[in-house]
Design a protein around this ligand. Structure first.
Ligand code: UT7
Length: 329
């Protein structure tokens, strides 16, 4: 008997209209289009300019469009998980707000915080509810308004990030497709290299923390880069070996879009040629939890039922992992 698996049966994504180009950043900080492009692969990113709109706005756009595309009513959603590092508020969960905005009245909802690995953590968690038959329709949305936590006077971080959201619908599949395997890791000793210094329970917001610009992303880029290159490549190769997949068997690598050099190293390690790597970092930058579903959405028309995909991510925590998906449509 074929095992019941959770299959991605629909995907949607949404990014705001405003395009922040490298040229515009050149006017804001001491940087250059050439440096950004060669060191990261990024040319432009999208920014949600509306001051009164947060991550739930992005997430709701992605989920509403997903339901319309899938031809389902939001009331049919049983569970909605939001992967985000930029929640609307410390509490309640942004997933609750998104569910309310889209009219997912019958869903229970919660957030998963695993920085840039949040989307792969979330679809793995979601898949268990489907595999066990607990729920029929689970939506996972990866959404981040990174511009809300970026210091636009810090050239080391402001050139990297952008705002976007992507969402998938997960449903049961008995035909051998779906989420086949996942290898996930975390290592909290990496916290010191990538975090936000204030605003949490250790260091609540105060005049001092605002003056010290401690409510923004703090990243020791070079250090994070070293860990990201090794761990994302290792875990991607490991999941291929574990599932007896050769590079010929893999249709696409779907990597988190943090830095083109990290993606190239991962593809090299897997023996995957560049035409089989989903890459849109040049247009969106690093949208944290939005990157992987954004790629799936943009490549959807090229995918065939039964295609083997390796989703891979590395992020703050540290968190990292890879998910093996057999595309279901
Ligand atoms: O998604 C979550 C996980 N995050 C990541 O995976 C990010 C990992 N890290 C990276 O992608 C890269 O480390 C960065 C893109 C952040 C930085 O690239 P790098 O090649 O590691 O540069 P670096 O930090 O070693 O800096 C090299 C030089 C420095 O100047 P000096 O000290 O050599 O004179 C920096 O000050 O480049 C300078 N620099 C810049 N120059 C122009 C740093 N940022 C910029 C900039 N424009 N925006």
């Amino acid at each position: 008997m074929t095992k019941t698996r959770a299959a991605i049966t629909c995907v949607n994504a949404w990014a705001p209209d405003y395009v922040l180009t490298n040229k515009e950043l050149e006017k804001m900080v001491d940087t250059s289009d050439e440096w950004i492009l060669t060191r990261t692969g990024i040319s432009e990113r999208r920014i949600l300019k509306d001051k009164d709109k947060g991550t739930s706005y992005l997430g709701a756009k992605a989920v509403k469009g997903l339901c319309e595309k899938a031809g389902i009513s939001p009331e049919e959603i049983d569970l909605l998980i939001c992967a985000t590092a930029t929640p609307d508020m410390m509490f309640p969960a942004t997933a609750n707000i998104i569910a309310d905005k889209v009219g997912a009245k019958n869903a229970f909802s919660y957030d998963i915080m695993a920085a840039c690995s949040g989307f792969i953590y979330s679809i793995t968690t979601a898949s268990k509810f489907i595999e066990t038959g607990t729920y029929k329709k689970v939506v996972v949305v990866g959404a981040d308004k990174m511009s809300s936590i970026i210091d636009y006077t810090d050239r080391q971080t402001c050139v990297i990030f952008g705002d976007a959201a992507g969402a998938v619908l997960l449903e049961a599949d008995d035909s051998g497709n779906g989420i086949m395997d996942a290898i996930l890791h975390s290592d909290g000793s990496g916290c010191q290299h990538l975090h936000m210094k204030a605003g949490g329970s250790v260091k609540p917001a105060s005049h001092e923390t605002v003056d010290a610009r401690e409510h923004y992303v703090y990243q020791e880029g070079k250090h994070v880069f070293k860990f990201a290159v090794t761990n994302m490549a290792d875990v991607s190769a490991e999941i291929m070996e574990k599932n007896n997949l050769t590079s010929d068997d893999v249709a696409y690598l779907v990597p988190h879009q943090a830095n083109k050099r990290i993606i190239d190293a991962t593809a090299d390690r897997m023996g995957i040629s560049s035409d089989k790597v989903m890459l849109n970092i040049q247009r969106y930058g690093n949208t944290t939890n939005g990157t992987i579903p954004m790629c799936l959405f943009e490549w959807e028309n090229k995918l065939n039922r039964g295609d083997n995909l390796i989703l891979a991510a590395f992020g703050g925590g540290f968190t990292w992992g890879a998910v093996y998906v057999k595309w279901a449509y």
